[in-house]
Write a protein that binds this ligand. Sequence first.
Ligand code: HEC
Length: 151
Amino acid sequence: MSARAFFECQTNRGRRKEASPSEITKNSGVKEVKREWSFNPAHLSAAVITLVVSFAPLTAAGVDADAAESLARRESCLKCHGIDKNKDGPAYKEVAAKYKGKPDAEEHLIEHVKSGKSVQMRSGEWEDHRIIKTRDEAAIRNLVQWILSLE
Ligand code: HEC
């Protein structure tokens, strides 16, 4: 059963409950619906499996990790940021942890890498943050999504 069929199943089950007994006897079509969607635990677990399987690749496919990492390397971001090591700047995993669950994180970090605002190095000195050179908005978004996806 597909995820869509699963939801339709749920909707039909809900509707069927609302129908009064007289409506059910009057309408011969209802009998067929009843048989088709009668509760079967095997169907339900198949639907749950379908849901899990069909949503998992969507999330993974959202970020191109290889493209993101090679852009970070080309732009010298990795001179100051390790994936899990603090250098002059925070490790990307730390950045991800800091912004976890914050809905505007993506837009905030895109702005951060494009604006060059003043940041404090580990040495304590203040410097303007590196402005990303590429003008490829999709690549910048992919890089930020990759950073935020690190765990
Ligand atoms: C010269 C060192 C240096 C380079 C190069 C550098 N950064 Fe940073 N970056 C920092 C420092 C220092 C911070 C910490 C800012 C703070 O917490 O105040 C930082 C912070 C960040 C943050 C987190 C911002 C936040 O709001 O917490 C992101 C994301 C980031 N940098 C991405 C990048 C990207 C992408 C590049 C490459 C285009 C890059 N950085 C290049 C030093 C650098």
